[in-house]
Design a protein around this ligand. Structure first.
Ligand code: AMP
Ligand code: ZN
Ligand code: FE
Ligand code: FE
Length: 286
C-alpha cells in the first residue's frame, strides 16, 4: 500500500472574522497549495462555514466546520478551536452571538480611547471596513492605516492596540471549561490553539482533565522543537494532535495557508472523535 500523503490546514480565517479572504478566495488558495482538507476557524463565528463548504465541494477539498473561541484559564488568555460543530446548534449560536456583541462594544471602547489620545478615528470607519459580526483589533489597525493615522498595522499594535498599550481594551472571556462544554454540546471537538504562544503549559493538564480533546502542535509560530514538545504533551495527556497555519489572508504580508501541513492520520483521529461525540449526544440528549 502506498503511504498516505494527504494533508490539511486546520486553522484558517476569512473576512467573516479578521482574515482578508472570502471563502472562495481561501479555497482557491487551498487548491493552489494542493491541500486535501481544510478547516475554517473564524473568531467567534461560524457564518463563513456554509459558503466555504460549498466552495470546497466544487474544488474537491474536504471541509471541516470550525471556530476559534477566546477563553480564559487561570488568568491566561487561551484560544480554543472547535471542530465539526453542528452549525444549527441553538445553544452554540446564542452563546457566540453574545461574544459578537462583546466584540462590537469593545471596538467602540477602543475608538473612544483613541479619541481621548487625540486620534480622530470613528467607530463607523472600523465597522464599515470590518463588515462582519466578529470585529477585532486587526480591523481597528486597518482602519487606522486607511485613515492615514498610523503608517502600518505593526505601528497600530505597537503604539495603541497591544496588551497594556493605551487603546487596548480587555475582552470579556468565557472560561476554558465553558468553551469546551459549549463546543461539546454542539457535537464538536475542542482543541487548544497555538499553546506555544501562551507560554502556559501548566494549564494543559487542567484543561485535559476538564474535557479538552486536543492541542494544536503544529502552528506557524511554533518552532520544530516546540512542535516536538507539544507532541510529547499530547501523548502524555492523551490528547489529539492538530495543526494549521492561522492564515489571515493578506493582512500579514505573505498568505500563510499551506505553510503548515497536518498529516491526514491526525485528521482521521479528529473525525473519529467527532463521530463518537455525535453518537453520544444522540444517545443522551442534554
Ligand atoms: P482580538 O481578537 O480583537 O483580540 O485580536 C486578535 C487578533 O489580533 C489575532 O488574530 C492576532 O493575529 C492579531 N494580533 C494580535 N497581536 C498582534 C500584533 N502585535 N500585531 C499584529 N496582529 C496582532
Ligand atoms: Zn485572528
Ligand atoms: Fe488565536
Ligand atoms: Fe486564529
Amino acid at each position: 500500500m502506498s503511504p498516505d500523503t494527504r494533508c490539511g490546514d486546520l486553522h484558517l480565517h476569512t473576512f467573516f472574522s479578521d482574515g482578508t479572504y472570502s471563502p472562495e478566495e481561501l479555497v482557491a488558495q487551498a487548491e493552489r497549495q494542493e491541500l486535501d482538507v481544510l478547516a475554517l476557524t473564524d473568531h467567534d463565528t461560524v457564518e463563513g462555514c456554509k459558503p466555504t463548504a460549498a466552495a470546497c465541494q466544487v474544488a474537491g477539498i474536504e471541509f471541516i466546520a470550525g471556530t476559534e473561541l477566546t477563553a480564559e484559564q487561570d488568568g491566561h488568555e487561551i484560544h480554543i478551536l472547535g471542530y465539526s460543530i453542528d452549525l444549527e446548534n441553538p445553544t452554540f449560536l446564542t452563546e457566540i452571538a453574545k461574544f459578537q456583541t462583546v466584540r462590537q462594544n469593545r471596538i467602540r471602547e477602543m475608538v473612544q480611547r483613541l479619541n481621548e489620545l487625540d486620534v480622530p478615528l470613528q467607530a463607523e470607519q472600523v465597522f464599515s471596513l470590518a463588515n462582519c459580526r466578529a470585529p477585532g483589533r486587526p480591523h481597528v489597525a486597518r482602519a487606522l492605516v486607511q485613515a492615514g493615522l498610523v503608517g502600518s498595522l505593526d505601528e497600530a499594535f505597537e503604539r495603541f492596540l497591544k496588551k497594556n498599550r493605551p487603546a487596548w481594551v480587555p475582552k470579556f472571556k468565557m472560561s476554558a471549561a465553558e468553551a469546551t462544554k459549549l463546543i461539546h454540546q454542539a457535537g464538536g471537538v475542542a482543541v487548544m490553539a497555538h499553546p506555544g504562544l501562551n507560554r502556559s503549559d501548566e494549564v494543559i493538564p487542567v484543561m485535559a482533565e476538564g474535557g479538552l480533546d486536543g492541542i494544536e502542535c503544529f502552528h506557524t509560530k511554533h518552532s520544530g522543537s516546540m512542535a516536538s514538545h507539544y507532541l510529547q504533551l499530547a501523548e502524555r495527556y492523551h490528547l489529539l494532535v492538530t495543526g494549521g497555519s492561522d492564515c489571515h489572508g493578506l493582512s500579514k504580508g505573505r498568505p500563510l495557508i499551506g505553510t503548515v501541513r497536518l498529516p491526514y492520520k491526525h485528521v482521521e483521529k479528529l473525525k473519529a472523535r467527532a463521530s463518537e461525540r455525535r453518537a453520544a449526544l444522540h444517545q443522551s440528549p442534554a
